[in-house]
Design a protein. Structure first.
Length: 188
């Protein structure tokens, strides 16, 4: 093989390899909060880039849960947006972020986390298999009820608050994120 043919073949392999890496790096995840989400990054590494999740990121840091959510998992995180936190009663977020309320904040946040990698199609199948409503136990000890509203997955917390999944199946290296429009709260 001549140098030109070898160089051309090598260049073609590099270009194909670069395209495959780019495809594998993003894994065609949806954009969240104006940021690209990478399937080869963990939940925290991706969440910090979302402009829609700055409150959630601040809460995860204040609760001391960064290392946990960077861990191996798998985790399914139902991630409330900044707007979802803003819908809470005035002063709630500020109160929860205080160091003396760390345990309460941890409880709220871990009620958004499931110890599994549950993609939306699997959740939909569990809902269908359970006659329209599926109990979802969280790592925080809360039990959410999942059901369908048309094509949308809805989660109901122990207080009757309902959150709709607005962006589903954001793949992570240690699980999946589903963006939700309401903060879910534990029974207190």
């Amino acid at each position: 093989m001549t140098f030109k043919k070898t160089f051309a073949a090598t260049a073609a392999l590099l270009i194909a390899g670069t395209a495959a890496f780019a495809d594998g790096h993003s894994m065609k995840n949806p954009m969240v909060g104006g940021a690209e989400m990478f399937a080869d990054k963990n939940i925290v590494e991706n969440a910090v880039n979302s402009a829609d999740h700055t409150t959630l990121v601040a809460a995860v840091k204040a609760a001391g849960l960064v290392d946990t959510l960077m861990g191996e998992g798998p985790f399914t995180v139902f991630a409330p947006t900044n707007d979802a936190f803003a819908m809470l009663q005035a002063g709630t977020v500020e109160t929860l972020l205080k160091p003396e309320n760390k345990a309460a904040l941890q409880k709220v946040l871990t009620c958004h986390v499931v110890a599994a990698n549950a993609m939306s199609d699997a959740i939909g199948k569990m809902i269908a298999d359970d006659d329209g409503k599926h109990a979802v136990p969280t790592v925080g000890g809360c039990t959410l009820q999942a059901y369908m509203d048309g094509d949308n997955i809805v989660l109901e917390d122990e207080r009757g608050r309902k959150a709709t999944v607005t962006i589903a199946d954001v793949k992570q290296s240690n699980g999946v994120i589903h963006v939700i429009d309401t903060v879910l709260l534990p029974k207190m």
